[in-house]
Design a protein around this ligand. Structure first.
Ligand SMILES: *[C@@H]1O[C@H](CO)[C@@H](O)[C@H](O)[C@H]1NC(C)=O
Ligand SMILES: *[C@@H]1O[C@H](CO)[C@@H](O)[C@H](O)[C@H]1NC(C)=O
Ligand SMILES: *[C@@H]1O[C@H](CO)[C@@H](O)[C@H](O)[C@H]1NC(C)=O
Ligand SMILES: *[C@@H]1O[C@H](CO)[C@@H](O)[C@H](O)[C@H]1NC(C)=O
Ligand SMILES: *[C@@H]1O[C@H](CO)[C@@H](O)[C@H](O)[C@H]1NC(C)=O
Ligand SMILES: *[C@@H]1O[C@H](CO)[C@@H](O)[C@H](O)[C@H]1NC(C)=O
Ligand SMILES: *[C@@H]1O[C@H](CO)[C@@H](O)[C@H](O)[C@H]1NC(C)=O
Ligand SMILES: *[C@@H]1O[C@H](CO)[C@@H](O)[C@H](O)[C@H]1NC(C)=O
Ligand SMILES: *[C@@H]1O[C@H](CO)[C@@H](O)[C@H](O)[C@H]1NC(C)=O
Length: 495
């Protein structure tokens, strides 16, 4: 019975993952980029199940094989012209970067370029061809149902994004956007959007409240109201997603889902960037993750979860530009968190909230037979690595059922990201705040700032040509009349 309950628990935690996801972008502009095996070890330790690469690095694709991690790969902007001009180049790209790795590496998505319209406008006329050629190559390999093709767009191409009901795409891009949306609709793909409330907030000259940008609770008189729909918006992220739905609807596309290919907040900035702080970055990303995983949806589409990739896994010290550019990461190159997200109760992923350390240990006076059964389950079907409890290993002593169950229960509980319910074991286990570590048997939850990797002597990833976008470039999009209009609109909403 215990076994069945625990199995059910394990299954329900996994299947919740299928509808909605939080992924992480992996930029590689680091002077000491960890080796792909180290990157993957960090992903596993943090239970990150979806990643987006800015290229199709062979080393990363091999390291991601047989991990169950779902992978979005990218055609870098540098390769877009070649692929958009030749379907055989596209077919070669798919055979080398997709067919050679699938299904061992679970490639689910191909991103064609990155913010092409705003960063590489000259290539825009070829963008739809590139989407179609890559898709045809997938069809030829019979992979088009498993792998979706789209292209990440900067949200700056959505004009007048508030109120969302009046948003529309910059009309000069309609000749590209209309065939693109047609393609996304007929292939069952999604619109990819990069959303940065940080920049909207920064550029608003104080008109947008910081709490609105950070998903913090707002008094209802401070919420933004769309006068046409009377919907209340309590954060800029949802407002931008609804703006995207409306902008598509203006072009008569009403059934293309949105996913967010980038969103985040920098943890450090220079003197002109006072809101790039550890606290704000932690608040934004913690709130974003909880918001997405809770499947709250947006005011216009409640309950429709929008899968989101956080920008980004590592701080990228080699990024040019202001200090903030180098500080969007969740981890340093050693895998040590830049800050500990506040995610208690949100499940396994990135659940490294040590502000409130808890452990899972046997209940006092629990029935020894039931304890033994639970221990057997944890070390068997529960997939806990129980080797540290073997004779001669650090957690062998005390060699009692209670001693060993303590280790096994707590390890399982942490494996499940301290999900509520993961510490039950048919009633023989309970959560405690007392660290059960003893001697050399150290429970990983206890203290210890040591990252996953102590050494970065492994070879660095070979490809550095393509990388994540440099945001400060498109800051320019706000300097025009567009910004003034935005500020006026916001003033009307908030003041
Ligand atoms: C939490 O972070 C530490 C590094 O500080 C890491 O060693 C550990 O594996 C992480 N725990 C979880 C549950 O992700
Ligand atoms: C490539 O294009 C040529 C001519 O435009 C066409 O005949 C051929 O079927 C295309 N091949 C693929 C794989 O789409
Ligand atoms: C890859 O991920 C998809 C989407 O979740 C899943 O349906 C499929 O079974 C996975 N494929 C493999 C080979 O693991
Ligand atoms: C719309 O896009 C065009 C072409 O990139 C650009 O020149 C123009 O400034 C954009 N309009 C606004 C209001 O941003
Ligand atoms: C959308 O559909 C309506 C009604 O069919 C039509 O009048 C309008 O021109 C269409 N708009 C676009 C941008 O295609
Ligand atoms: C989670 O969703 C429920 C119902 O959809 C909502 O009431 C609640 O406020 C949401 N919590 C968060 C943290 O978004
Ligand atoms: C710490 O844990 C307790 C008990 O689970 C909980 O009531 C409290 O809200 C937690 N505090 C924080 C800051 O998460
Ligand atoms: C961190 O690792 C170093 C080197 O292995 C070790 O000496 C140190 O005790 C560790 N610190 C903690 C808190 O685990
Ligand atoms: C770490 O690197 C040092 C020097 O490069 C090496 O001597 C040591 O064995 C390495 N430790 C591990 C755990 O790989």
């Amino acid at each position: 019975m215990a076994l069945l309950l625990l199995l059910l628990l394990a299954i329900s935690v996994v299947s919740a993952d299928e509808d909605v996801f939080i992924g992480v972008n992996i930029g590689i502009d680091l002077s000491d980029m960890p080796h792909p095996t180290q990157v993957v070890a960090l992903l596993k330790a943090q239970q990150i199940r979806h990643v987006r690469l800015y290229n199709a690095d062979r080393g990363m694709l091999f390291a991601l094989a047989n991990t169950g991690i779902k992978v979005a790969i990218s055609v870098p902007n540098e390769q877009l012209l070649g692929i958009g001009q030749s379907n055989s180049t596209a077919a070669n790209w798919v055979s080398q970067n997709v067919v050679a790795h699938y299904p061992a590496t679970n490639i689910t998505t191909i991103c064609i370029g990155s913010e092409v319209l705003t960063t590489l406008p000259n290539a825009a006329p070829l963008l739809v061809n590139a989407l179609k050629f890559i898709h045809s190559a997938l069809v030829a390999s019979n992979l088009d149902r498993q792998i979706k093709v789209s292209t990440p767009l900067s949200s700056s191409i959505i004009l007048d994004s508030f109120p969302p009901s009046q948003a529309f795409f910059n009309r000069s891009w309609n000749p590209v956007l209309v065939p693109m949306l047609n393609f996304l609709q007929t292939t069952g793909s999604f619109l990819m959007l990069n959303i940065y409330p940080y920049y909207d907030y920064m550029q608003s000259n104080g008109v947008i409240p910081l709490d609105y940008a950070l998903f913090q609770p707002l008094p209802s008189n401070k919420e933004a109201v769309d006068a046409n729909t009377l919907l209340h918006y309590s954060n800029g992220f949802d407002a931008m997603i609804d703006a995207a739905y409306y902008a598509m609807a203006f072009l008569n596309f009403t059934n293309i889902p949105v996913i967010v290919t980038e969103s985040g907040w920098p943890s450090k900035g220079d003197s002109n960037e006072p809101d790039a702080t550890l606290d704000n970055a932690n608040t934004y990303n913690s709130n974003l993750i909880r918001h997405v995983l809770n499947k709250t949806g947006t005011p216009e589409h409640p309950g429709i979860a929008v899968g989101t990739y956080i920008y980004e896994l590592y701080n990228e010290d080699m990024k040019p530009g202001p200090v903030s550019e180098k500080n969007w990461g969740l981890f340093d190159p050693n895998g040590v968190p830049i800050y500990i997200l506040h995610l208690t109760g949100s499940g396994a992923m990135l659940a490294n909230d040590t502000t409130n350390q808890t452990y899972c240990t046997p209940r006092e006076g629990a029935d020894p037979k039931m304890l033994q059964a639970a221990l057997d389950w944890a070390c068997g079907p529960g997939k806990v690595d129980c080797s540290p409890m073997l004779q001669g290993q650090p957690c062998y002593e005390p060699d009692t059922v209670v001693g060993h169950a303590t280790y096994a229960f707590d390890t399982y509980y942490r494996k499940m990201g301290k999900a509520s319910g993961a510490c039950d074991f048919n009633g023989v286990a309970a959560i405690t705040t007392t660290d059960p570590s003893h001697g050399s048997c150290v429970f990983s939850g206890s203290g210890g700032k040591n990252g996953t990797f102590l050494n970065s002597t492994a070879p660095a990833m070979n490809s550095r040509v393509s990388s994540s976008p440099t945001h400060y470039l498109y800051g320019g999009a706000f300097t025009s009349a567009n910004l003034i209009i935005k500020v006026l609109l916001w003033s009307a909403v908030f003041l």
